[in-house]
Design a protein around this ligand. Structure first.
Ligand code: DX5
Ligand code: ZN
Length: 219
């Protein structure tokens, strides 16, 4: 359906050509970029941080969908907002105060997202579901691109779709990790409105990667 938003994960792009890669995403007709920030503490990898986000902000008009895979994200929400984030998504496992973190993001005037790892019960985010603009279902264990989609994630998407509908929430329902043109239709049928894809977009190159999703989703 035309309403599906594909957010390419910059983690899989060629950082020696970040500006060109962002221009390629815009040329492919995309409107979002997924910005995977990793601190080597919350996840066993270090990706990039504030300077890269600021550079991406200067280089493109894409919506900066920032995924914070960092410990105690409250410490840096204002900095990421100032560096150009449009949306800030925090991992429920990364803070003792998820309700407060969501409130802080809203106070910064940004869209608030919450996400959880494949091993975390969905109930953990239920108390803040009514307060967020985006819910992200991790369909891989965070830290790396190019991993296999975890099949149990599909049922989690369905459950969250039901919970959001019961709330009358218009929050984005996003899926991230191992998303490909092959599983994208099932995810959309399960109720996802936003898909993150890193390797599936950048491995074939943005134009071909995006087209493969368009063909699969008939958008
Ligand atoms: C993993 C990141 C994902 C990842 C997606 O920790 O949050 O956004 O980059 O990459 P693929 O689509 O290759 O699984
Ligand atoms: Zn991500």
């Amino acid at each position: 359906s035309a309403s599906v938003i594909l957010a390419p994960s910059l983690l899989s792009c060629d950082f020696a050509r970040l500006g060109e890669e962002l221009a390629g995403l815009e040329a492919a007709g995309l409107s979002w970029a997924h910005v995977d920030v990793m601190d080597g503490q919350f996840v066993p990898n270090i990706s990039f941080g504030l300077p890269i986000l600021a550079a991406a902000r200067r280089a493109s008009h894409l919506y900066m969908d920032v995924h914070l895979m960092i410990e105690q994200p409250e410490r840096y929400l204002a900095d990421f907002a100032a560096a150009g984030a449009d949306g800030l998504t925090v991992q429920v496992e990364s803070t003792r105060h998820i309700h407060r973190a969501v409130g802080l993001i809203r106070e910064l005037g940004k869209r608030a997202g919450v996400t959880l790892n494949p091993g975390t019960p969905l109930e953990m985010i239920r108390p803040v579901l009514a307060d967020v603009d985006l819910v992200l279902v991790m369909s891989v264990n965070p830290g790396f691109g190019g991993q296999q989609f975890i099949p149990a994630s599909l049922e989690r998407v369905r459950t969250l779709r039901r919970w959001l509908d019961e709330l009358g929430s218009s929050a984005d329902l996003q899926v991230d990790g191992g998303v490909t043109p092959a599983n994208a239709p099932d995810l959309v049928r399960a109720g996802a409105t936003h898909l993150v894809a890193g390797s599936a977009v950048f491995a074939p190159g943005a134009a071909a990667g995006v087209q493969a999703f368009r063909d699969a989703l008939e958008v």
